[in-house]
Design a binder for this molecule. Sequence first.
Ligand code: BG6
Ligand code: MG
Length: 219
Amino acid sequence: MDIEAVIFDLDGVLVHTDHHHYLAWKRMCDEEGIPFDEAINDRLRGISRMACVNIVLEKASRRYSQQEKMHLAERKNGYYKEKLQSLSAADLPSGIVETLDTLREKRIKLAVGSSSKNAPYILERLGLSRKFDVVADGNDICRSKPDPEVFLLAASKLGVRPDRCLVIEDAAAGVEAAFRGGMWVAAIGEACVCDMADYQIGQIEELLPILQANGSVAH
Ligand code: BG6
Ligand code: MG
């Protein structure tokens, strides 16, 4: 295993905007009278906004037209963006900036691979935009995770072979996407139950020791 690049998922890996997504869906579902809970929210991890609407509506008591679905997606995104307005570097989980800086010092290339169309805005608010060599996100792709498109795009923008990339993911759909893309994958948080992952990590600080242990970076 010779890792030249690490591709980070955004929501739930670099920052806990996964909780903001939950709150926005919950608000919309409460207003619509649609049951929604953490278990349903976990199924939305890594999935595009419109695909999420279809999952959320599985519990609805009536059918929604395509136009209504688009309005629901826009409404949820409005609630989500309200939450994002207060986002700042103070919301970064411990160890994120240090890990990114250390990997860069060790000449590992860095990318974001996210299904979110809000990724550029979030990275800017967190002061992370310039920490990555490339960003591939929901604005650049046609097929969201578990399709590997976003990760393959990140690898190709970096000019690194897929089998030299390690993806960090909190979503089962994201772990599957990395696996299908022929990449190495470390699961974090909710994705740790996913048996397609090569590594399971509790927090981001565990990443560097993995790369040191397999010889990709020096101690
Ligand atoms: C992913 C999240 O990162 O982005 C999903 O895990 C979300 O839950 C998806 O649906 C799309 O996000 P956005 O910001 O474009 O609605
Ligand atoms: Mg995620």
